[in-house]
Design a protein around this ligand. Structure first.
Ligand code: NAD
Ligand code: UDP
Length: 323
């Protein structure tokens, strides 16, 4: 294997830190770039002493000069409470961050992969969602800073590809969970686990009949790496996610069962523009990457609960004002 110089923006985050783990393990020279807006150094401290790992505090909205062969662009707050905390900054991170990594990729002739999202489909009226579906996003709602920022980033990726022949990959990630999720990020899996373990009632938004399809982080990271290294001419966009669909109520019941603690539910209003259903069509990922998720929700959720039991929540920065 040829050792590559690889930049992971947002590398200290939940997904980024697992990706850094895998790339370092494979022997690559990894630069993890992060401004620690929604993460902490503890996600990557175990890598700090290694000769093929480097940690840079930097904000992707500002240009940076590095020499690399591959870039995974993951920098962006991902949980609704985090991305709505400073929506203008969220949009800047997606758009200016994309421009900056694409500029770097153009100069170094690096390959650059964008971590896009199922949110670009909005509240979908096509189900499950194939990549050809153009989505149903409210451009002026509270989720728009994230959804439209990610849509604009996809546009920039394809325009840099067409205009400047930048070697791009675009991946649309569906709800992913696992160890190292921020315990106060307000996302449904982390929230439910933390609430059950702390003996609090589970906060159910709406009646809990809305659906999501949950992918374990190890499966997702495998898909990201396969897509980055694919050489068959397919550049995406490609959906990566687990097609097993659950209602939020089913997730709550399973969390309580696996944690071995009975939990009460408290019902809260469904947030504005909250998608009612979401499930990836992963036909393209199967065809081009020979990829499909291997870890069922029950197994991945158990591993995540076990990790949450080991952490000291006091070491995590307080929740954003939205939660
Ligand atoms: P995360 O919040 O744990 O990670 C994001 C990382 O980006 C954090 O470490 C954060 O500090 C960093 N960051 C944010 N703004 C930055 C900036 N301006 N400059 C530098 N660093 C910045 O979230 P995650 O779940 O690991 O998500 C990683 C990426 O994957 C995001 O781009 C997200 O949109 C995408 N994604 C994730 C999911 C999911 O379910 N986890 C689903 C769809 C898309
Ligand atoms: N949700 C919930 N209770 C919570 C957090 C989230 O019922 O404490 C719901 C939320 O309304 C949404 C789903 O769970 O329908 C997934 O929310 P999350 O914020 O994890 O991600 P999304 O897929 O909406 O970006």
């Amino acid at each position: 294997m040829k050792v590559k110089r690889i930049l992971v923006t947002g590398g200290a985050g939940f997904l980024g830190s697992h990706l850094c783990d895998r790339l370092v393990e494979q022997g690559h020279d990894v630069i993890c770039l992060d401004n620690f807006f929604t993460s902490q150094k503890s996600n990557v401290t175990h890598l700090l002493g290694l000769p093929n790992f480097e940690l840079l505090r930097h904000d992707v909205t500002h240009p940076i000069w590095l020499e690399v062969d591959q870039i995974y662009n993951l920098a962006c707050p991902a949980a609704p409470g985090h991305y709505q905390y400073n929506p203008i900054k969220t949009m800047k991170t997606s758009v200016m961050g994309a421009i900056n990594v694409l500029g770097m990729a153009k100069r170094c002739r690096a390959r650059v992969l964008q971590a896009s999202t199922s949110e670009i489909y909005g509240d979908p009226d096509v189900h499950p969602q194939p990549e050809s579906y153009r989505g149903n996003v409210n451009p002026i709602g509270p989720r728009a800073c994230y959804d439209e920022g990610k849509r604009a980033a996809e546009t920039l990726f394809f325009d840099y590809h067409r205009a400047n022949r930048v070697d791009i990959r675009v991946v649309r990630i569906f709800n992913t969970y696992g160890p190292r999720m921020h315990p106060f990020d307000g996302r449904v899996v982390s929230n439910f686990i933390r609430q059950v373990l702390d003996g609090e009632p589970i906060t159910m938004f709406g009646d809990g009949s809305q659906t999501r399809s949950f992918c374990f982080v190890d499966d997702l990271v495998e898909g990201l790496i396969r897509m980055m290294n694919l050489e068959d001419g397919f550049i995406g966009p490609v959906n990566l996610g687990n097609p097993d669909e659950f209602t939020i109520r089913e997730l709550a019941e399973l969390t309580s069962e696996l944690a071995g603690k009975k939990a009460d539910f408290v019902f809260k209003p469904l947030p504005e523009d909250d998608p009612k259903q979401r499930r990836p069509d992963i036909t393209l990922a199967g065809k081009h990457l020979a990829w499909k998720p291997r870890i069922p929700l029950r197994e991945g959720l158990q591993a995540t609960i076990d990790w949450f039991k080991t952490i000291d929540q006091g070491q995590y920065r307080a929740p954003t004002p939205n939660f």
